[in-house]
Ligand binder design. Structure first.
Ligand code: FAD
Ligand code: NAG
Ligand code: NAG
Ligand code: NAG
Ligand code: NAG
Length: 530
């Protein structure tokens, strides 16, 4: 073992000598060997010269904007397979003053889990090998590791029980590591709250390499990691979640409405009624451009924790104008509804949820907003008009209310609770060799963003940290300053931002876990308190 490790060690040293000062690389590997003597370092450490480096890096780059050759690549990729290797990696990176980024599913909208905007060298830890799931269906709890995709988690739960589920996001290749860290909302949020509202314990390794659980990390840090955004407080290895009980049969529908079919009056009515629907009913919609250059459409999607007759009755009373008919509604198991809302329709078996790669990949950019006041009818008309511009994207309108109204703004770092009618996500995406230029797509998005300014939340204009957006502002290279970060930090976290910064000041005062939008450490309450 010893001699194999030594040989390997030398091989790795040689392969890295081009990009890394050889002495510090030697001592870095020495450090790892010392920390995890039984590990096979050639499966843990990947240098830029390693033949599998690019595949490993690119597999979880979900946004082609960040795959371009001019993006600063990590100096090394570390791919731990157990807690000890995560711990050793943190200790040795810190010891060598190597900045560390952590990636679970790589869906970060700005790619901050695997790219650095500053020119500094960094190491990337890829958690895709940490994906164990342990479900106790009798206690209705589960432990799930950060590198697990939502698809894998949902599928595993459904294999254990037809009446247990977990509330989270809709994209099956997003990993729990990032999603839970920023809150996590989706189809069942109105009924059960955020993913983060259903987390009851976690295992985290902090900047000093200490392995902590809820009890040993304390309630402040446990609060911060359930919504304060990933990559600021440590590396969460696994999460203990409370499963929720659902009926064996749920109902879904999709209704597409054109302008001639009254899309505008329907969305206007939607915003008045849907946020106040029973928690068992979700009705959301998206505005999508017509790909053939025709008029945009409103695509309504409904979900109900019960059978179709219940949903039909409910909609006929509360939103008869939508015209939901018996034939529009389909009954299925919850896991089938996950496949349905993931966009696969009926064409795919449930095992499609185990597919970790989302293909084809696209270039994309998104923004988020939260709505507290009704958007005027005339403005809806203008919003639809804007979908006839070149480069038009999609806007998702995600209904909130229900359970979200009953949870205090400071219960977790995610503050967008009572009084939020719905969230908006504007998204532009384009394939490789798109006919329309990148500038057109980004231009459409920016114009939509400024057009919406008067109609979305203000002071601050709220945003969702899981739809990370560097246009809101970012940390300067080097040390972060709390006051400078408040501008974007309070958009994500409102009054919770200061508490997050104070927790950060306590657990990582040296700011080892840094990225362009990580929480800055606040060591004490500023004197000029506002
Ligand atoms: C197509 C698509 C659909 C989406 N749908 C939804 C949705 O329905 N609902 C919703 O709420 N969100 C949704 N999101 C947003 C998603 O929740 C975030 O992008 C999330 O951060 C992605 O997590 P990840 O692990 O895949 O990404 P990563 O890029 O791996 O991580 C995101 C951030 O978390 C940090 N991080 C990752 N793992 C850990 C860890 N173990 N410990 C500490 N920090 C960590 C990273 O450093 C990075 O800062 C969607 C995103 C996309 C691209
Ligand atoms: C270490 O991993 C490499 C690459 O997977 C493999 O070729 C080698 O046999 C492993 N060595 C040991 C001692 O397991
Ligand atoms: C990297 O390349 C992309 C597209 O080729 C370009 O838009 C971007 O400005 C470049 N970034 C840097 C930092 O040069
Ligand atoms: C790194 O580890 C070595 C050996 O244990 C120790 O002497 C040194 O002080 C450490 N450096 C830092 C920056 O932690
Ligand atoms: C929401 O519904 C409740 C009862 O279901 C009702 O009392 C309340 O007035 C409604 N609010 C709005 C804004 O319609």
């Amino acid at each position: 073992m010893e001699s194999i490790s030594k040989t390997l060690f030398l091989l790795l040293c040689i392969s890295l000598s081009l990009v890394f000062p050889i002495e510090s690389y030697e001592t870095f590997l020495d450090c790892l060997l010392h920390q995890v003597p039984n590990s096979n370092l050639s499966q843990l450490v990947y240098t830029q010269n390693d033949p599998s480096f690019t595949t490993l890096l690119d597999t979880s780059i979900q946004n082609l904007r960040f795959i371009s050759p001019n993006i600063t690549k990590p100096l090394l990729i570390l791919k731990p397979t157990n807690d000890q290797e995560v711990q050793a990696s943190i200790i040795c990176c810190k010891n060598h003053s190597l900045p560390l980024r952590v990636r679970s599913g790589g869906h970060d909208y700005e790619g901050l889990s695997y790219r650095s905007i500053s020119s500094t060298q960094f190491v990337m830890m890829d958690l895709s090998s940490l994906r164990d799931i342990h479900i106790d269906q009798y206690q209705r709890i589960a432990w799930v590791q950060s590198g697990t995709t939502l698809g894998e988690l949902y599928y595993a739960i459904s294999q254990q029980s037809g009446t247990l589920a977990f509330p989270g996001g809709t994209c099956p290749t997003v990993c729990v590591g990032g999603l839970f860290s920023g809150g996590g909302f989706g189809i069942m949020t109105r009924k059960f709250g955020l993913s983060a509202d259903n987390i009851i314990d976690a295992i985290l390794i902090d900047a000093n390499g200490r392995v902590l659980n809820r009890e040993t990390m304390g309630e402040d840090l446990f609060w911060a990691i359930r919504g304060g955004g990933g990559g600021s407080f440590g590396i969460v290895i696994s999460w203990k979640i409370r499963l929720v009980q659902i009926p064996r049969i749920v109902s879904v529908f999709t209704l597409t409405k054109t302008l001639i079919e009254g899309a505008i009056s329907l969305v206007d009515k939607w915003q008045r009624v849907a946020p106040n629907f029973s928690e068992d009913v979700l009705l959301k919609f998206a505005i999508e451009p017509d790909m053939n250059g025709g008029e945009p459409v409103a695509v309504f999607k409904g979900f109900y924790l019960g059978r179709c007759y219940g949903l039909l009755t409910y909609m006929h009373i509360h939103f008869p104008e939508l015209g939901l008919k018996k034939d529009d509604c389909e009954e299925m198991s919850w896991i089938q509804s996950v496949v349905y809302f993931a966009g696969y329709g009926h064409a795919k078996p449930e095992t499609v949820l185990l597919d970790r790669t989302s293909e084809p990949k696209e270039y994309n950019k998104g923004t988020s907003d939260f709505i507290t006041d009704l958007i005027p009818y005339k403005i809806w008309e203008e919003i639809f008009d804007r979908f006839q511009y070149e480069g038009a994207g999609v806007i998702y309108f995600e209904t909130k209310g229900g359970r979200m109204n009953t949870i205090s703004e400071s219960a977790l770092p995610f503050p967008h609770r009572k009084g939020i009618l719905y969230s908006i996500q504007c998204l532009v995406f384009w394939p490789e060799n798109a006919e329309v230029s990148e500038e057109k797509y980004l231009g459409w998005l920016n114009e939509m963003r400024s057009f919406l300014t008067p109609y979305v939340s203000k002071n601050p204009r709220r945003a969702y940290v899981n739809f990370r957006d560097l246009d809101l502002g970012m940390n300067e290279e080097g040390n972060t300053n709390y006051e400078n970060a408040r501008d974007w930090g309070e958009k994500y976290f409102m009054g919770n931002f200061k508490r997050l910064a104070l927790v950060k000041g306590k657990v990582d005062p040296e700011n080892f876990f840094w990225h362009e939008q990580s929480i800055p450490p606040l060591l004490s309450i500023p004197v000029a308190e506002s």
